[in-house]
Write a protein that binds this ligand. Structure first.
Ligand code: AHR
Length: 614
């Protein structure tokens, strides 16, 4: 096979091409990128009802020493449920408390990862009619190993009192819990109990290691806060941005009824905008358009939803003295966020009210914010849309061979009309398992097709991005984690091969081969650190044989330097290989010097591999 690259001419790839899609699925946010360690910090997981569901909080002690219930006595109007702990034992007298006291503990999201030397900030609200002496401790899962502890001693907490302690861990345990215990008789109420590592990504509450995985792939945009998560199974359970902003203590939280878990919504609309800014990625806000999986608002009555979206835009972009912009400013961000893209709903094109509702949103947003780009749920790749849009959403989950063949999906798409946003793609099913090399290579082939069609495809993102291994609602995913470990699946590592593509120049690269298993592309990109321009050639071999490939690069400038060129290969001995916590680096890119780098060279391309020549 032969690949002829012309380095002297090309066309620009959009700056926006490769980004990420974050969905609150698989505990990706709560118990994932959001660094809050306490699960159900407001005892609200049963909704506004009492008794509420306090899980995963549990009780330390037995009926003779305490009773625990919930009531609606919280000082927070939007989340009235508080925990009431009636301690029956004491440090002296006839009913002596067990050693260590009685109380409650929270195991976090399948165990808290507490690390020696790190500092954790615990904030809680407390009330009692008498004086209190409460130990706040981080302990092992059985409570026996105390990693850090502090006492809250207060003689007057007759009104709700905010208390804050810093705990420095004296040991490491990835399966820790937070305990609130006492040996003093009386009634104590607790509410909004939070524990966070003091150090978070850019100090904004995100789990550092996981966000650094995102940093490494240089995402140009973040589509958030989800797909189905935005819709809800029922509208009443859909993500509502207004419920997710303001002081964390006041957020009501909600039960996401598609992925079936409660979120305290510490990770809310503001935090997503902040994360986008911190990563230098363009925010793309997907909002509910009055349509869930099971119910819809008729177009004649959708205007409150339209107003909610407009308010959300004002929150993100409005002046700091505007109604909603001032709320943003009060949260610490007086400058507007750079929100320029919105998606009207998710996968709702086929729904009865979609077009009607869409147009209401479209008209209102365009008239208030003419520069905002609007993304329709209707696929315009095979026929033109019957409504105005700047982008259309394209989602594809399929087998490996099918996705690989879709490298040509956009070759014949009309070049007029809205641009394509491939906002969700992945190989799923048995070809993918929980993240195989086979799936990743098919995706690489598909992405090369998108690069080549980037005159019409302006944005693309893999889905889903994260999975907490303890709550696999969807397989596969790009990044797998638990309380203390994480790794990228081969699909994640593919994204690293494409991180220079956005804003690069796509070169003419002609592949001469009889094989339908080979695809290739070539780009030049400018490194902002050294100002130099680099050539990058990517080749996917989706077949089971070695390929001897002649690579010719024409039109290299006189000053071109070939020494130091590298070859990076993603492959493995078995195409179904996956990474895991025990073997996180089984399928990762392998970097070596390209010894024979020349403008004409012979390269052996491994079977089932993605190769990049840089
Ligand atoms: O990525 C998982 C789900 O797949 C998304 O929530 C939805 O948009 C799609 O159906």
């Amino acid at each position: 096979a032969k690949l002829i690259v012309n380095a002297s001419s090309g066309r620009p790839i959009p700056e926006t091409l490769f980004g990420i899609f974050f969905e609150e699925i698989n505990h990706a946010g709560a118990g994932g990128i959001w660094a809050e360690l306490v699960s159900n910090r407001g005892f609200e997981a049963g909704g506004q009802n009492t008794p509420s569901n306090i899980a995963p909080w549990s009780i330390i002690g037995d009926q003779s020493s305490l009773t625990v219930s919930t009531d609606r006595s919280s000082c927070f109007e939007r989340n009235k449920v508080a925990l009431r702990m009636h301690v029956l034992c004491d440090s002296e007298g006839s009913n002596i408390c067990p050693a260590g006291g009685v109380g409650i503990y929270n195991p976090g999201f399948w165990g808290m990862n507490i690390e020696q030397g790190k500092i954790y900030k615990v904030v809680l609200y407390v009330r009692s009619l008498g004086s209190i002496n409460v130990s706040v401790s981080l302990t092992s899962s059985d409570g026996l190993q105390i990693l850090a502890t502090a006492n809250i001693v207060d003689s007057d907490v007759s009104n709700w009192t905010k208390t804050e302690v810093l705990l420095e861990a004296k040991g490491t345990n990835p399966n820790s819990r937070l305990q609130l215990t006492t040996s003093r008789k009386g009634v104590i109420w607790f509410d909004q109990v939070s524990a966070m590592p003091l150090e978070t990504y850019k100090g904004h509450g995100f789990q550092k290691e996981l966000i650094e995985m995102l940093e490494d792939i240089k995402p140009q945009f973040i589509r958030f806060p989800g797909g189905c998560f935005v819709e809800g199974e029922w509208l009443r359970n859909a993500f509502r941005w207004k419920e997710s902003i303001g002081p964390w203590e006041e957020r009501p939280g909600h039960f996401g009824d598609v992925w079936m878990y409660w979120t305290d919504d510490g990770l809310g609309y503001f935090e997503f905008l902040q994360l986008s800014e911190d990563l230098g990625a363009r925010p793309i806000w997907v909002f509910n358009n009055g349509i869930s999986h099971r119910d819809e608002v008729d177009t004649t009555t959708v205007s409150p939803f339209v107003q909610e979206a407009l308010d959300g835009l004002e929150f993100a972009r409005g002046a700091s003295d505007s109604k909603w912009g001032s709320v943003r400013a009060a949260m610490g961000h007086p400058e507007p966020f750079d929100l320029k893209y919105v998606a009207v709903g998710n996968e709702d094109c086929w729904k009865k009210n979609y077009r009607g509702n869409y147009l209401k949103f479209y008209d209102a947003i365009k008239s208030a914010y003419p520069d905002i780009k609007i993304i329709s749920n209707c696929d315009g790749s095979s026929h033109s849309l019957d409504h105005p849009a700047d982008y259309y959403d394209f989602h594809i989950y399929t087998s490996a061979s099918h996705l690989f063949s879709m490298t040509h999906q956009f070759d014949h798409t009309s070049r007029s009309g809205p641009k394509a946003f491939v906002s969700e793609y992945a190989v799923t099913g048995k070809d993918a398992g929980t993240g195989s090399l086979l799936a990743a290579l098919a995706e690489a082939g598909f992405l090369i097709g998108l690069e080549k069609n980037s005159d019409i495809v302006e944005m693309a993102s893999y889905a889903p991005l994260f999975v907490n291994d303890n709550d696999r609602r969807w397989n596969p995913d790009a990044i797998v984690f638990n309380s203390s470990m994480h790794y990228g699946t081969p699909s994640y590592w593919v994204l690293k091969f494409f991180r220079e593509s956005s804003g690069a120049t796509l070169l003419d690269a002609k592949l001469q081969t009889n094989s339908s298993s080979l695809v290739a592309s070539a780009i030049t990109w400018t490194n902002s650190v050294d100002g130099e321009t680099y050539l990058k050639i990517k080749i996917v071999n989706f077949g089971n044989r070695h390929v001897s490939l002649k690579v010719s690069v024409d039109g290299l400038g006189l000053n071109s330097q070939l020494s130091g060129s590298t070859k990076t290969v993603l492959t493995s001995s078995n195409v179904m290989d996956e990474n895991s916590f025990t073997d996180p680096n089984k399928v990762v890119p392998d970097l070596s010097l390209l010894e024979n780098a020349d403008k004409d060279m012979n390269i052996i391309i491994a079977p089932y591999s993605l190769t990049s020549l840089d």
